[in-house]
Write a protein that binds this ligand. Structure first.
Ligand SMILES: [Zn+2]
Length: 75
């Protein structure tokens, strides 16, 4: 069984990790039950997908506050 990691912003598959269960994912990311429900999804053919963020979107999000600040500064 493998766990798919998918970017929750652009839906790109970020990676595939050879975990054997949802439980391993929860332990790795130290998710509580609520968070696990939010980020870990099981689809109908038994695959497990974890919502995460890809490098590209992470960069954009990191840049966004600067962009916002700049816009404010320009006004
Ligand atoms: Zn992305």
């Amino acid at each position: 069984m493998a766990i798919h990691y998918r970017c929750r912003h652009c839906e790109t598959e970020v990676g595939l990790l050879p975990f054997d269960s949802e439980e391993s994912v929860r332990k790795l990311h130290q998710l509580n039950e609520e968070e696990a429900e939010q980020y870990i999804h099981k689809d109908h053919n038994g695959d497990t997908t974890v919502d995460c963020i890809c490098e590209h979107c992470e960069e954009s999000l990191k840049q966004f506050p600067d962009y916002y600040a700049l816009k404010k500064w320009l006004q």
